[in-house]
Write a protein that binds this ligand. Structure first.
Ligand code: ATP
Ligand code: MG
Length: 475
């Protein structure tokens, strides 16, 4: 009774998690511009409705539309079963085993159609930490709404009537720029710890504040992320890093105490001034590329995030007597192995990272045919961009980056002049790339100064061949 009374004073937007009746907003009230809606998404809702089903655009697309942002993709929720959905469209595919969804294709565009989920998570099977393992029952629309993560992600838009159905006060939260988890935050994070990463991503991406009750449990509950399957954490990390707001996301991760253990040792890296500068520059660079609509490679991103760990180990192996090139491969192995457990780095991404790292000492060789050979490397551009980041962060002398810029842009005679020019940086040449001016003494003091390549490379644990490093061993 008292609860109900308090709620009535606070207004109808402060609904609790059991709301079954939505607030319905007209076009005038919500102001969504129909022009921003994908015609294919409209086609899907229309077709389903014509067949007698309920169908709405849902989730992130509605949130973005309310913020006057063109959504990057559209999800549809319906009370039709996956089989019923499939029958209505020519190119429709049922995906997933446990909870089936339907992918409806229109050329390149994919509309994801999901049947309303039902039943409370209380009944679902869980692991020993309370994480929901399966939640695959169909249900009513209001049940579907309550299982979504944030109030702003739990609204339904019907393009036909242009009305928005708001079950949990999402509109008010959009207006107040507040990210609020639906229901009891601790319980929701326990059910699915990935929601903690999603809070961070949306807060950074939308520039919203996190409701204090939604943010308070995160610091304590962060370790629960360790129990989430690595592939899922990886997907979410990738979304975070490719959101165009990676830098802001990382700052939020740190603020919320979530970076510990997510990328093992990333916290250590961020606490070293050079490491932090490198990561900051790399992410700012990525964000700028995404905002300009340019492609970003996950390999480059993760290679950047983990570079200072590689660097540290590279120096340690050299200090212990290993030669530079095999030392670099050993370092890469160590870092990749540690990350694979946590992040399930896909093979392709891991091999891209290795290529980018392995290319770095090759930039140090600025005589003879070596630079020409490097020009032919498939990932030259990524390796070169990476080199520039190392220069910009102060890890190595900017002169090396300038030299390569000139070499890549130069014509034949200009290149010959560059090749005959004596490098001004004493660290250059000889593949001892760990020994830049800021590289610390260890790299220079190790016994591994003599040039010895063949065979040395094969001393790395995987023989340097597990993920096929670039052919950097050739002299
Ligand atoms: P984006 O713009 O990044 O795609 P989104 O909100 O659409 O944002 P998706 O991951 O595409 O995010 O998820 C679609 C919708 O599914 C969300 O808006 C939310 O309603 C629901 N959802 C996704 N992940 C979860 C989760 N872990 N727990 C509860 N609901 C979720
Ligand atoms: Mg989405």
């Amino acid at each position: 009774m008292i609860k109900k009374f308090i709620r009535s004073i606070l207004g109808k937007n402060k609904k609790d998690a059991s709301s079954t009746e939505p607030t319905i907003l007209s076009q005038k009230q919500h102001g969504i511009d129909l022009q921003l809606v994908s015609p294919n998404a409209i086609r899907v809702t229309q077709t389903l409705q014509d067949a007698g089903f309920k169908a709405f655009i849902v989730g992130g697309a509605v949130r973005d539309l309310l913020l006057s942002v063109k959504p990057k993709d559209f999800d549809v929720a319906t009370n039709a079963t996956p089989e019923q959905v499939k029958q209505l469209f020519r190119r429709a595919f049922i995906i997933g085993r446990r909870f089936q969804i339907v992918h409806v294709m229109f050329g390149q565009e994919l509309i994801e159609v999901t049947t309303f989920r039902g039943a409370s998570a209380d009944m679902a099977p869980k692991d020993e930490h309370g994480r929901v393992l399966r939640d695959n029952t169909f249900g009513e629309q209001h049940e579907d709404a309550v299982r979504r993560d944030f109030t702003i992600n739990a609204m339904y838009y019907d393009p036909a009537s242009q009305s928005v159905l708001d079950y949990h006060g999402g509109i008010a939260d959009i207006r107040a720029k507040t990210l609020r988890i639906i229901g009891e935050p601790e319980a929701r994070y326990r059910e699915d710890p990935v929601r903690m990463l999603r809070v961070v991503r949306f807060a950074a991406k939308l520039n919203f504040n996190i409701d204090p009750a939604s943010s308070a449990p995160i610091a304590v509950m962060a370790p629960l992320i360790d129990n989430v399957p690595a592939a899922r954490v990886f997907d979410e990390m990738l979304k975070l890093l490719m959101s165009g707001h990676a830098l802001a996301c990382l700052q939020q991760l740190r603020k919320q105490g979530l970076h510990h253990g997510l990328l093992p040792l990333l916290d250590v890296v961020l606490e070293q001034p050079l490491g932090e500068k490198f990561v900051t520059l790399a992410l700012a660079n990525t964000d700028a590329r995404i905002k300009q609509g340019k492609p970003v490679s996950p390999g480059f991103l993760f290679a950047s995030l983990l570079w200072h760990q590689v660097l540290e180990k590279w120096r340690a192996y050299q200090a212990a007597g290993e030669y530079p090139i095999p030392a670099l491969h050993l370092a890469a192995d160590d870092v990749l192995n540690a990350q694979t457990e946590k992040l399930a780095l896909q093979r392709k991404i891991a091999s891209d990272m290795r290529d980018i790292w392995a290319m770095q000492p090759r930039f140090e060789r600025r005589t003879g045919k070596a630079p020409y050979k490097l020009l032919e490397h498939l990932r030259l551009r990524a390796g070169y961009d990476f080199l520039l980041l190392r220069c910009a962060s102060g890890e190595i002398d900017a002169e090396l980056g300038d030299w390569w810029t000139a070499f890549m842009e130069g014509d034949g005679p200009e290149r010959e002049v560059l090749l005959s020019r004596k490098p001004t940086n004493s660290s250059s040449g000889g593949g001892n790339a760990g020994a830049g001016p800021a590289a610390g003494a260890s790299a220079n003091t190790g016994p591994a100064k003599k040039r010895k390549r063949r065979g040395g490379r094969n001393r790395s644990k995987t023989g340097g061949g597990a993920d096929k490093p670039s052919n950097d061993g050739e002299a």
